[in-house]
Design a protein around this ligand. Structure first.
Ligand code: T4K
Length: 413
């Protein structure tokens, strides 16, 4: 085949899936960390070393907690070593037991943190318009064993917190939010972090604000915050007094130093994410069957994820075919959160029939394509990524033939 026609600004080139040279020499990742001001970070690390206070609720962690609490407008922030441990501690501290209802359409940590402590995750379907847990589905799954609900603010877009609060109040349940994606986002003018009994942020390297590894639980409940502080530090109240069952969930000082540096850089990160989202939006406008998730302009949003939905009926290629095309060109686009937690172990074995009640989860997880963004991606790069997709859809038959040949052991894409 001759070189492909490539509308847009990049010069015409042949897709790698069809034998061309990959568009990017190095992998272009979803989740490439934003670094912030290296000098500022190094200065903080130097201070930490001079002070010889490396972990155990040191001054940098306390400053990080205060900055998070101030930004969210919440009374307490308890920083942890990562969001998975923060979820485990939050679930235990609120008294979850028996069964807890959560979406299957989430990162598997939301469910693992329940299963890890012998609580049964009960998977509810999502609203396909928001990708968030469907309150009506939650209500149908409540049994005498249900103790709580976990809502996940997927892509930083808030759950229907009002409906979930109403269900919880009527059934005597506790709501915890997995807000791993939602630091810096608001709901009805109120910052996420203020809903439910408590909310959990992730500060993993790939997140909007990153502390290498890290997480935090935020809450307005004094007693709950105190309990979680104890649980994070083996239950110690003094030098040798243990007052609670605990574990080691502490955030090291160096992680908090990165967290502070990342908080300082937040405005620039949002600006880059917004610019990329807008470039993707314009470039995708006339592509049939591919829609970008839009986020409300009246709320605050971090735009950390660029999420496209590929409609296999109207787009000439399926989501998975596009993923293969992009990967061949070194664009490591992701299909979060395929196949949903219920399709992963141990849930697939423990709950083999769960999928039957999750048609929207199934459909959304087969359509979503998450694309690279962040400060390491410029508009030209976004344009090239979209041009790869456009070129592929313009010669879909040829692409499909190449994929079939590769699958049958021919040329590897
Ligand atoms: N709840 C929800 C809803 C979550 O999404 C997550 C985490 C959690 C809870 C648990 O939070 P943590 O316990 O992690 O704090 C990534 C992240 O590792 C994970 O934190 C995140 N969600 C999830 C959505 O994405 P993976 O396994 O898909 O990707 P990973 O970590 O290998 O990174 C993606 C790509 O980014 C890599 O292929 C390369 C690039 N990368 C990554 C790192 C870490 C870099 O270029 N540099 C790096 O330092 O999970």
């Amino acid at each position: 085949m001759e070189e492909l026609r490539n509308p847009g600004i990049a010069p015409a080139r042949r897709l790698a899936i069809l034998g061309g040279t990959p568009a990017f020499a190095e992998p272009l990742h979803v989740g490439r960390p934003n670094i912030g001001d290296k000098g500022q970070f190094m200065a903080r690390v130097s201070d930490i070393l001079d002070l010889r206070w490396l972990t155990n609720n040191g001054p940098v962690v306390r400053e990080f907690e205060q900055r998070i609490a101030d930004h969210v407008g919440v009374k307490h922030c308890v920083a942890m070593c990562n969001a998975t441990v923060a979820l485990e501690i939050a679930y235990k501290a609120v008294g979850f037991a028996g069964e807890v209802i959560l979406p299957s359409y989430t990162f598997v940590a939301t469910a693992h943190a329940l299963q890890w402590q012998g609580i049964t995750p009960v998977f509810a379907d999502i609203d396909p318009a928001t990708h968030n847990i469907d309150p009506a589905a939650v209500e149908r799954l409540i049994t005498p064993r249900t103790t709580g609900i976990v809502g996940v603010h997927v892509w930083g877009r808030a759950c229907d917190t009002e409906a979930l609060a109403d269900i919880a109040a009527r059934h005597g349940l506790t709501v915890v939010y997995d807000a791993a994606h939602a630091f810096g986002c608001s709901h009805r003018g109120r910052m996420i972090g203020n809903f439910g009994a408590c909310e959990v942020f992730s500060f993993h390297a790939t997140k909007f604000v990153n502390s290498f590894e890290g997480g935090a639980v935020v809450t307005n409940d004094d007693a709950l915050a105190e309990r979680m502080r104890l649980m994070r530090n083996f239950g110690f109240m003094g030098l040798d007094r243990v007052e609670h069952l605990g574990m080691n969930g502490k955030m090291p000082e160096v992680c908090a130093a990165m967290g502070l540096t990342s908080l300082d850089a937040m405005d620039g990160i949002v600006a880059a994410n917004r610019r990329n989202a807008e470039t993707y939006r314009k470039a995708f406008q006339d592509l049939p069957g591919i829609d970008l998730c839009q986020f409300s302009e009246i709320e605050r949003h971090n735009h950390q994820y660029v999420v496209a939905e590929v409609d296999g009926d109207t787009c000439p290629l399926t989501r998975d075919e596009l993923i293969a095309v992009l990967h061949a060109d070194n664009v490591r686009a992701r299909r979060y959160f395929w196949p949903g937690c219920h399709g992963m172990e141990p849930y697939r074995t423990l709950q083999p029939d769960a999928g039957a009640g999750l048609p929207c989860t199934q459909r959304v997880s087969e359509r979503v394509l998450v694309l690279p963004t962040g400060q390491s991606i410029d508009s030209q790069t976004v344009q090239t990524v979209v041009n790869i997709i456009r070129s592929a859809t313009e010669c879909a038959d040829e692409v499909r033939a190449a994929l079939t040949q590769a699958a049958s052991g021919g040329v590897s894409p």
